[in-house]
Design a protein around this ligand. Structure first.
Ligand code: F6P
Length: 341
């Protein structure tokens, strides 16, 4: 029997377990055996394998995190690519791999596919920024968490006559900021894709407060540049060389308070956006992606990624997914801008 290995790599994301469940149940239906690879690439390099069947994935659909664990280890950063994984593949009879990950993990998956391993990728990130797919699972959960937080911050901001700067995740793209900002009725939204002028932000908040509003909510994506003259801490990088972000809201808040004297507070939502149970839409999307990944795998496809295009899930070349990062389109940001101030 042909064995399919599945791993989850990079940061976790609500819906990972739904993908695993979808892969296992569909592959089993096709008569394939599935094994789980623990802790991402680390398990493939260090032979940490666990059998997976319908029983093993019972009850995990709504659970956050990943039953397989994840890590930032990488076969090309911490090993020699396919050569570092070969012993594990051979000893477990793994002929095909399903890799659930973000851009860093998918780049390594593409590397292994180029070395001859049969690999199907499933895009994963709350950031919603992977090229070639209209949406990634986990994003809608992150947006819901951020929106709920904004709703709560509105009432305390209003009670105290304050400005609150809410920082959300998303790395270099402002999908979560834009969607949660629109859904939460934010008074200004700053995203990395579009430059901003802090004096315009301040003018807009001043006008709003002059107009009788007692509070303002400013949503910022963690990847925006700090206002001129306000320097943040030097950033560190993670295993993939990505900047570790977080904290720019403090500089934005300082710039607003300095210019307006409005009492200003900061709320950085952080990993709460990634933890916990996926919303229903993410459970459905992740399940569909898992089932499609199993289908593409048993059909013998390789070097492809499951992508959402309109209402369909289609295979696209992994190369396309790895070639770019998808940003917030102008028309969407324009919609958000309508409600500034
Ligand atoms: O890419 C997903 C993400 O949650 C980003 O939005 C965030 O900047 C980053 O991961 C945080 O990574 P870590 O879990 O390594 O702190």
């Amino acid at each position: 029997m042909s064995v399919v290995g599945i791993l989850t790599g990079g940061g976790d994301c609500p819906g990972l377990n739904a993908v695993i469940r979808g892969v296992v149940c569909r592959a089993e239906e096709h008569g394939f055996e599935v094994v789980g690879i623990r802790d991402g690439w680390q398990g493939l390099i260090q032979n940490r394998i666990t059998p997976l069947d319908r029983d093993a994935v019972r009850g995990i659909l709504a659970r956050g995190g990943t039953i397989l664990g994840t890590s930032r280890m990488d076969p090309y950063v911490h090993g020699d690519g396919l050569a570092s994984c070969q012993a594990t593949l051979d000893s477990n009879g793994i002929e095909r791999l399903i890799v659930v990950g973000g851009d860093g993990t998918l780049k390594s998956a593409l590397g292994l596919a180029n070395e001859g391993l049969a690999v199907v990728g499933v895009p994963k990130t709350i950031d919603n920024d992977i090229a070639g797919t209209d949406i990634t699972f986990g994003f809608q959960t992150a947006v819901q968490v951020a929106t709920d937080a904004i709703d709560r911050l509105v009432t305390t901001a209003e009670a105290h006559n304050r400005v609150i700067v809410v920082e959300v995740m998303g790395r270099t793209r402002g999908w979560i900021a834009t969607h949660a900002g629109i859904a939460g009725g934010a008074d200004y939204i700053l995203v990395p894709e579009y430059d901003y002028n802090i004096d315009e932000v301040v003018a807009s908040l001043r006008a709003r407060h002059r107009g009788g509003h007692r509070y303002s909510i400013v949503v910022v994506g963690e990847g925006i540049a700090a206002p001129e003259g306000y320097v943040g801490e030097a950033t560190k990088t993670d295993t993939y060389g990505f900047e570790r972000l977080g904290g720019v809201a403090y500089q934005v808040a300082a710039a607003i308070e300095d210019r307006t004297n409005f009492e200003t507070r900061v709320s950085i939502l952080g990993h709460i956006q990634r933890g916990g149970t996926p919303v229903a839409a993410d459970r459905v999307l992740a399940t569909r992606l898992g089932v499609a990944a199993a289908d593409f795998t048993v059909e013998g496809m390789t070097s492809v990624m499951t992508a959402v295009q309109g209402t369909r899930i289609v295979p696209i070349p992994l190369e396309v997914a790895c070639s770019d990062v998808r940003g917030v389109p102008e028309d969407l940001y324009e919609t958000a801008r309508t409600f500034f101030g």
